[in-house]
Design a protein around this ligand. Sequence first.
Ligand SMILES: C[S@@+](CC[C@H](N)C(=O)[O-])C[C@H]1O[C@@H](n2cnc3c(N)ncnc32)[C@H](O)[C@@H]1O
Length: 505
Amino acid sequence: MAASTDNAVVIRAPLQLVWDMTNDIESWTWLYTEYAAAEILHREGDTVRFRLSMHPDADGTVWSWVSERTADPETRTVRARRVEPGPFEHMDIRWEYTEVETGTRMRWRQDFAMKPTAPLDDAAMAQRINTNSAIQMARIQALVEQAAADAGQDRPAAPPDDATQPPDHASQPPQEQVFTLLAGKWTAQAVSALARLGIADLLADGPRTPEELAAATGTHAQSLHRVLRAAALVHVFTERPDGTFALTPQAETLRTGVPGSMRAFAALIGDDATWRPYGDILETIRTGEPAFDRVHGATVYEYFARHPETGAVFDEAMTALSEESAGAYLGSYDFGRFARVADIGGGRGQMLAEILRLNPGARGLLLERPDVVEQAQPLLRKHGVADRVEVVAGDFFTEVPPGADAYVLKTVLHNWNDADALRILRNVRAAVGDDRDARLLVLEDVIQPLNAWDVGKLIDIDMLVNVGGRGRTREDWERLFTAAGFTLRLPEGAAAWSVLEGIPA
Ligand SMILES: C[S@@+](CC[C@H](N)C(=O)[O-])C[C@H]1O[C@@H](n2cnc3c(N)ncnc32)[C@H](O)[C@@H]1O
């Protein structure tokens, strides 16, 4: 039998520094938490033979062995093997260093087999290596990044897509993978709480200690430290050897006002009102009824009307997400041909403002619930389109104003079951009347078949639990459009998040 593990980390430092520090075997007692001694036995060219000794284990045993490694600076790879394999039949390690936009990716692939007499079998050793690699890589990352910062060589924060990769856990045993998954409950709340406290803003000018952050946020220093430390495991903030915490690319996204800021969405995810219904998800699965209504005695929008502070958290999150997604919609459909665009349930008007900014001759109409429209004017003014927008406080179940040549419904219909969605669409159809050139534009997810990745499948859970709506497949959309008097036009192979065009039938 044989086994292998594959772990990687992205270090925000230049490749040469990562290479030099991690190939300096004499410093491994400092660079790793596990080694008590690292003694060079022989050097020849790029090959070095050395003895590593670990700190005593729980039984007082000191494990020690001889290894040999050959570093190739041309290919930035290292081949290593245990010369004294001890409990292993063999243990070969390949290190790879590659430059990525955010710094340097360091990868360890270990191929090994345990002796039949060894205390651990292959699977148990793989588990141990994966757990330990995550610990060691995090320490190496912190030390090298600190060295880079001290030398003024650290890289600028990168966009979230290129964010530091967590170690690859795919080779972990299934139980461990599921545990990590379920621990998402804890990390989600930790990250949301840190977002609500504004920790990322406080770190914008550089690392700070938990005590300083606690003083600035009026929180309990030790508790804040524990929450930060857990969030650092999922790469939101990083703990440094000097005891301070710093931003990571992921943590950068929790700053207020940065492009694509996730702070408002993080606040919404952890908000008590939308969080508590998840405790009642089983009853929702049994009955199909949203847990939110049972827990709060009101539908989500009734609740927002009664609790404006929670409504504002929601509206802010929707605005931020619209800011993020608008570009993709604008790039995939020509909104420029419409002279009058109505955004129905348009929130504070972010998407409408983006459409009107691209299309200086067009006018807009924003229909929203009364408590939301109050917040629309500042946003429309900020984008310089307020004088072109008629803001209407209303109810799309009662009436949709006529006279527009495009009716936008962006992530509105997934809030509603089919019967309610149909009522809204029929009101749009009534507003369109005989104008065959007018268009219904639904900006939403088309749920992808089988196991294809689609974040809409996750958002659909929130629709189920908190809102009572649903995500829809292409066939679902076709049925709904037809029933409302529209013909759906959606190119084959359109992206999951698309502009679904409705032509009056
Ligand atoms: C999921 S949000 C989407 C907001 C916006 N279109 C966006 O994409 O950012 C759904 C919107 O529908 C609005 N809404 C809910 N019920 C409504 C009603 N009866 N009439 C008008 N708007 C309503 C909510 O206030 C909310 O802003």
